[in-house]
Design a protein around this ligand. Structure first.
Ligand code: NAI
Length: 641
């Protein structure tokens, strides 16, 4: 057998051919042009050998295949370039699909995008039943669609409605879900996975057929109907001029059976048309920004096994739960058991929602320990303070902590508005204190600001970033300055909208304007969600304006604090703001609302709150949801806003 750079072929005594993908010079398997070119040759060789069956697996422990090599996307200059690139995967995957012997993809760990398209071109799929195994077609998040056969094959393997849902949302499924959907034929624990793949190849079961109703949906006649229904759902979430890709997916499936080469040039579903809008480039930009944040703290080894959180309120309780869910032992401290109880209850709900599996829920619950004495601090690798926003209380607490914690432990505060230097003023070693600033709601928001005070040891800030990565959040290094990055930029933006309420502009009209701009939620609804008391305090602190907006002041005085009290600017029912019809929205209104945001973002970069403009864009996209298709506020300004 020939030798390859990225692939390894082995025949076994039973006549099976094992093909291992182990991309040279990297820890993660991605499908580059070179890899795919070789794969095509591997398939020719396999066809010549004509084994009893062929099993494709990863030669790496990190996962199966992470998808296309997105670095190569940067070389694409035109639709024709893109199609040439697609051809490199499209042809071999078709070849794979037409091999005369049984083919099995053995999926252990992530199996994304092009990786799943390769697996879909195999006759069978065997997945390792482990939380690490995730399958998705996330191309929509990059503003494109699964061009290497995904749109064609997925809706033939699973019910079209489920296939469309996966492709339109980019959401991943685990092995069990994949088994239930029919995406994989077998889901088994790691120790028997190889054998399961072998048995599947040697004694291939009859190929699964879609149920009758699902098969009907794949018929040409019904497809436009299904697509039209899905389009209505998409339209509720994304406008075509902002996000053309989901619409293109529906057209590609219903009109062209997912074949990118059948789509006429200039058709909005074509890859050329998608690449001609700024959306794809901006979303690809965000992918790289996210990679950059993920890389923070990578060069530092810091193994956090035990986290001690003090203050089981809104923030501390959820921080503790997230750490326990990610495998750490967590002691959660508060003044008494009554104060701890709600946080422990919320943690249970989170585990149930996110982990689903009985054993994993039990394990996470076991790792979260209520602590009314504070003894946990002695063993912890990371101590996070999340008590009331009160300088004296924090100082007192840290004075005690500094004496009892392990020498190498990270001492962190979740403060939103106090200066680290003030908190650490009486420390024996002020260089130990770092800010780890989470956002509310902690389980949902990916961004965490890692705050370095004047005296903070840079090595400790790096360790803090490594810890943030270990709980699968995105660390953004920021300087210790009021509001850090995210709240500082949100402050004037909210303040502007709140003052415009006093001028008589309807809240729902302003919210509609900013949603039109591409924000996930308008400013007034956001204020209600954050809590009007917090908005008032932050506004005063950040803008230094003496008098708060009038209507805001009235509502706070009446204890109508927004979502948490059931009413604020809006009435809240079942977690939803009850809004009346919005008035007309024009560019001038949008401009007036967004200008303070953009100005403050520029100012923060000028002051060096973050290292560069790209990091500010990353922080503001992941921290405030700034319209992703615009590529970030500073990028948007540069592009000529
Ligand atoms: P909270 O009022 O919900 O919870 C504070 C908890 O700390 C209470 O359960 C209280 O009993 C406990 N506590 C107070 N002193 C303590 C002590 N000496 N020892 C043990 N427990 C003590 O407060 P929240 O909203 O969770 O805020 C906590 C910190 O997080 C503050 O510094 C705040 O600035 C920051 N923060 C808050 C955000 C928010 O949206 N609420 C967002 C990001 C940061």
């Amino acid at each position: 057998m020939a030798t390859y750079k990225h692939w390894k072929l082995d025949s076994d005594a039973q006549g099976l051919l094992w093909v291992s993908f182990d991309k040279a010079g990297t820890g993660t398997n991605t499908l580059s042009g070179e890899v795919l070119e070789e794969f095509d040759k591997v398939l020719d060789e396999a066809a010549a050998i004509a084994p009893k069956g062929m099993i494709i697996r990863s030669g790496k422990t990190s996962g199966f295949i992470a998808g296309a090599d997105i670095e190569e996307f940067l070389e694409i200059k035109s639709g024709a370039d893109a199609l040439r690139m697609v051809r490199r995967g499209w042809d071999p995957f078709n070849k794979l699909a037409h091999l005369s012997f049984p083919t099995v993809a053995l999926i252990d760990g992530f199996c994304m995008g092009g990786g799943l398209e390769l697996a879909l071109a195999c006759r069978y799929r065997v997945a390792v039943d482990d939380p690490r195994t995730r399958m998705a077609l996330p191309e929509v998040m990059l503003g494109i669609w699964p061009l290497m056969g995904g749109v064609m094959r997925l809706p033939r393997v699973v019910a079209p409605t489920e296939a469309l849902d996966m492709m339109l949302s980019g959401r991943s499924v685990d092995a069990r879900r994949a088994r239930r959907m029919g995406l994989v034929d077998v889901a088994v624990p790691l120790r028997v996975a190889e054998n399961a793949a072998r048995m599947t190849a040697l004694e291939p079961p009859p190929r699964r057929k879609l149920p009758f109703a699902a098969r009907l949906m794949t018929l040409g006649l019904l497809r436009p109907l299904i697509a039209a229904m899905a389009r209505k759902q998409v339209a509720k979430r994304a406008r075509r001029e902002h996000y053309p890709a989901p619409y293109a997916i529906l057209d590609a499936w219903s009109k062209y059976d997912g074949d990118p080469f059948r789509i006429p040039e200039g058709d909005p579903a074509s890859i050329g048309a998608l690449l001609a809008t700024p959306t794809a480039a901006n979303l690809i930009r965000i992918f790289f920004l996210q990679e950059r944040l993920k890389g923070m703290g990578k060069e530092t080894r810091f193994d956090a096994r035990h986290v001690h959180v003090i203050g089981a309120g809104v923030m501390g309780g959820d921080i503790a739960a997230v750490c326990a869910m990610r495998g750490m032992t967590v002691t959660l401290q508060d003044q008494n058991a009554e104060r701890l109880a709600p946080a422990m209850g919320r943690a249970q709900d989170l585990f149930k929602r996110r982990l689903r599996d009985k054993n994993r829920i039990r394990d996470a619950s076991d790792r979260l320990i209520a602590d009314t004495t504070g003894d946990g601090a002695r063993q912890a690798d990371v101590v996070i303070e999340a008590i009331f926003e009160n300088l004296e209380a924090k100082r007192k607490l840290f004075a005690k902590l500094e004496k009892v914690v392990k020498p190498g432990a990270i001492l962190a505060s979740n403060t939103s508005s106090l200066k680290l230097a003030d908190i650490s003023a009486n420390f024996a070693n002020p260089a130990r204190l770092v800010g780890i600033h989470f956002f509310n709601p902690v389980p949902q928001l990916q961004l965490v600001e890692v705050v370095s005070g004047k005296g903070t040891d840079p090595q400790i800030a790096k360790q803090a970033a490594a810890f943030v990565r270990a709980i699968d959040k995105l660390p953004l290094p920021v300087k210790d300055s009021p509001g850090f990055l995210v709240n500082r930029v949100l402050g004037p933006y909210l303040q502007q909208a709140l003052r415009m309420v006093d001028e008589g502009v309807a809240p729902q009209t302003m919210d509609a304007a900013m949603e039109r701009f591409g924000m996930p939620m308008g400013p007034i609804e956001l204020a209600d969600v954050v809590g009007l008391d917090i908005c008032m305090a932050v506004g005063k602190e950040l803008t230094g304006e003496a008098a708060p907006p009038k209507r805001l002041d009235e509502l706070v005085k009446a204890q109508q604090l927004g979502k948490k009290t059931g009413s604020g600017f809006y009435l809240w029912k079942e977690g939803k703001a009850q809004k009346g019809a919005a008035g007309p929205v024009d560019e001038a209104l949008i401009e007036r609302l967004i200008r303070p945001y953009l100005k403050e973002a520029q100012q923060a970069v000028a002051e060096g709150i973050v290292a560069d403009a790209d990091l500010a864009d990353a922080g503001l996209i992941f921290g405030t949801g700034f319209a992703p298709f615009r590529g970030g506020p500073l990028h948007y300004l540069k592009a000529g806003a």
